[in-house]
Design a protein around this ligand. Structure first.
Ligand code: GLP
Length: 238
């Protein structure tokens, strides 16, 4: 029951919910339904909705389409440096795993050919993978590697680190990358794969990774905006 009559009911309910979130609920857990909360705290639905929406706005709760409202989980934070997905997740204490969706030799399109310094139509391995952290979808990736550099890449077990395969099998170390980042809505295809709503934000990374000898990979990764964040140290420019 709420009893501090000086404060509006929804403010009191917000405080009570926050205490429940902190004391009793795990990140990702569903909060009680609106109906339960109206009964439990003897307040109107409007009060419940106001309290929930203020916690959603503060980032403490997340609305999951089709499921309800859950306690927000902290994002996986990544420092900006050149790492593979496998390293990145391990460094942050998460267990990486991968579902290989497809692996085939295709003809390079214009943009990929330009990025990789080859001719359009040259053969490239196209590898599509879903990357998971602690068994939950984190990113979707599609990568292209020139077949001339990694002729039998598709014969390898691609459910681990491709960067590790490049090093161990081909002696190719990705030492540099140029990466462009932007935000998008997940849209139908990626919403399904990443298990988010169609309007959920995703962070897109278009990386061209190079060894000392030149470009080796282009990868377009789509990371879940609710699960991933980047931090970077910046120096004042001229
Ligand atoms: C990151 C990069 C990709 C790269 C991948 C390699 O996700 N954004 O460009 O292809 O790591 O990861 P792994 O070596 O784990 O396959």
């Amino acid at each position: 029951m709420l009893n501090d009559s000086l404060l509006p009911k929804h403010v009191q309910l917000r405080a009570a919910l926050l205490k429940t979130i902190e004391d009793e609920l795990q990140p990702g857990a569903m909060i009680p339904s609106e109906r339960d909360l109206t009964t439990r705290y003897d307040v109107s639905r409007a009060t419940v909705r106001a309290a929930i929406s203020s916690l959603v706005n503060e980032g403490r709760l997340t609305t999951v389409p089709g499921r309800g409202t859950v306690v927000t989980r902290p994002r996986v934070e990544s420092n900006l440096h050149l790492a593979s997905f496998t390293q990145d997740m391990r460094q942050r204490g998460h267990r990486p795993s991968t579902e290989v969706l497809s692996a085939a030799v295709v003809e390079a399109g214009e943009a990929t050919a330009k990025a990789l310094g080859i001719s359009p139509g040259d053969s490239v391995w196209e590898i599509e993978r879903l990357r998971l952290a602690d068994d939950e979808p984190m990113a979707h990736e599609v990568s292209w590697y020139p077949e001339a550099i990694v002729p039998a890449l598709g014969d390898e077990d691609l459910s681990g680190s491709i960067y590790a395969i490049l090093e161990a099998t081909y002696g190719v170390v990705i030492t540099d990358a140029h990466q462009t980042t932007w935000a998008e809505q997940a849209g139908h295809t990626y919403a399904h794969l990443l298990e988010v709503g169609e309007t959920a934000p995703v962070m897109v990374f278009d990386r061209v990774g190079s060894s000392h000898e030149g470009p080796v990979e282009q990868t377009i990764s789509r990371y879940r905006g609710d699960r991933y964040q980047l931090s970077m140290s910046l120096q004042r420019g001229p």
